[in-house]
Design a protein around this ligand. Structure first.
Ligand SMILES: Cc1ncc(COP(=O)(O)O)c(C=O)c1O
Length: 447
């Protein structure tokens, strides 16, 4: 490899590649989250907890492909299983038995799931869950949490990042389309509630009543700030949904990494449908909808008649993804979750102590192997509390840039997570790097 050159310098190979990329790819990348400033960093390889860019710079990975890598990069067990499958082909237009193995594994470990259908992303899983709920109930509308990210399906991304000018009532937020060009009919098809507000959940769900097919929520929503979910809120969602005859859809795309049986095991949630993705693919593109058998029947062909909700896809349940998923999930026993939780606890405790020592008004939320750093100390319970001011957004972008110079990759909004290959020394390096990267004490984010 060429001599190492600072990842963000104008003469780096990454800078050169970005110039080239902008000619053939609008914006220079197919995935906007890779756009670090001043240009994306092009990765050559990863191993365990670390990744190396094409200029030879190494980074401790505090993002893990937005939480999907849980065993570590290039995990040897997944690597071996996938290589064996690659030698036998990657995808056929007929069924393979490995799909059944991964389905059985999920049914065995996640209490509310009796059956599973696979797809290729979390976006597709949430879309499938919504379509299933609509077909099962014969109703058009979903209720979702303000600010919560569930992928890019029109209904699921409503009110993902509304500007304060369009927030509306804090107890009954306005439904705001995310992508320009989204049909205005969305307003009648999505209602929005604030996270952790049981009273608002009861009121909004009762108000939409018989039009409501499902209430969709993520128990540890990253864009809402990863506050701890309160039990009254869970009870309100479940109680109100059942009262009006709607289903509960739990988005466990990220939160499945919190416990052997997912966040539903931790919090005693009993969803009708669960959307999954990320870790269940062992590092490959994946999604899955799981749930009660009577609800899941909407996906089944009825004799010669097509399913109520037809689903499929060229690469759905392909044997490479299914093999990687089984090889990954089988390693995730309760001891593995204990290890992930210990790493996460060390990280959050280290950051809290570091912020206190530095006397800065910063905080960290999250649980298990997940964390989110906030450049403020206001109480965080929902999206409106969490949303960054433009000054805060700038400070977090600066933090990301500073961390890159200290061998750490973190998302530009402070959300991170750890994989099983991460050591106590790695966490110490991370905490020290964050503290060393805090804005100059003259800035106003200091007490
Ligand atoms: C909670 C949640 N749901 C759904 C999705 C969409 O998953 P994917 O990126 O696989 O489409 C994400 C992605 O980050 C997510 O965090």
């Amino acid at each position: 490899m060429a001599q190492s050159s600072a990842s963000h310098s104008a003469d780096s190979l990454s800078a050169e590649l970005f110039d080239r990329a902008q000619r053939s790819i609008p914006g220079g990348a197919s995935r906007s989250t890779v756009l670090t400033s001043p240009h994306p960093i092009y990765i050559a390889e990863g191993e365990g907890a670390w990744i190396t860019d094409i200029d030879g710079n190494r980074y401790l990975d505090a993002n893990n492909n937005f939480t999907s890598i849980i065993c570590g990069h290039a995990d040897p067990v997944i690597d071996k299983a996938v290589r064996a499958q690659l030698g036998r082909g990657t995808a056929y237009s007929m069924a393979t038995s490995i799909e059944i193995e991964l389905a059985e594994l999920l049914v065995d470990r996640i209490a509310s799931i009796e059956q599973v259908r696979f797809c290729n992303s979390g976006t597709e899983a949430v879309m499938g869950a919504i379509k299933a709920a609509r077909a099962f109930t014969g109703r058009p509308l979903i209720v979702k949490i303000e600010g919560s990210y569930h992928g890019t399906y029109d209904h699921a991304e409503a009110s993902l990042d509304p500007h304060p000018n369009s927030w509306g009532d804090a107890k009954a937020p306005t439904t705001v389309a995310y992508a320009e060009g989204t049909p205005a009919s969305l307003n009648g098809e999505v209602a929005v509630i604030p996270f952790n507000d049981a009273e608002a959940a009861w009121a909004v769900i009762r108000d939409v009543g018989e039009r409501c097919a499902a209430v969709l929520f993520d128990p540890m929503p990253s864009r809402v700030g990863m506050p701890a979910i309160n039990q009254e809120f869970i009870a309100a969602i479940q109680g109100a949904a059942r009262e009006v005859g709607a289903l509960v859809i739990l988005d466990e795309v990220i939160s499945l990494r919190l416990a052997h049986g997912g966040a539903q095991q931790l919090h005693g949630i009993d969803p009708d449908i669960t959307a999954m993705a990320k870790i269940i693919g062992g590092g490959f593109p994946v999604g899955a909808v799981g749930g009660r058998a009577d609800v899941m029947t909407v996906f089944a062909k009825q004799g010669d008649a097509r399913a109520a909700v037809p689903s499929g896809g060229t690469f759905t349940a392909n044997p490479v993804t299914m093999t990687a998923g089984v090889a990954c999930m089988e390693q995730l026993d309760t001891a593995a979750f204990d290890q992930l939780n210990a790493i996460g606890d060390q990280c959050r405790a280290g950051l809290r102590a570091g912020f206190a020592d530095a006397d800065v008004a910063w905080q960290v939320t999250g649980a298990g192997s997940l964390f989110r750093i906030h450049p403020n100390d206001r109480p965080i319970s929902n999206f409106r509390d969490t949303r960054h001011s433009s000054d805060e957004a700038r400070v977090m972008a600066d933090l990301q840039r500073e961390l890159l110079t200290r061998e750490v990759y973190l998302s530009d909004y402070g959300m991170g997570c750890w994989n099983l290959a991460t050591t106590a020394d790695d966490i110490e390096l991370f905490v020290n790097a964050v503290i060393a990267s805090l804005p100059n004490p003259a800035a106003h984010f200091v007490r």
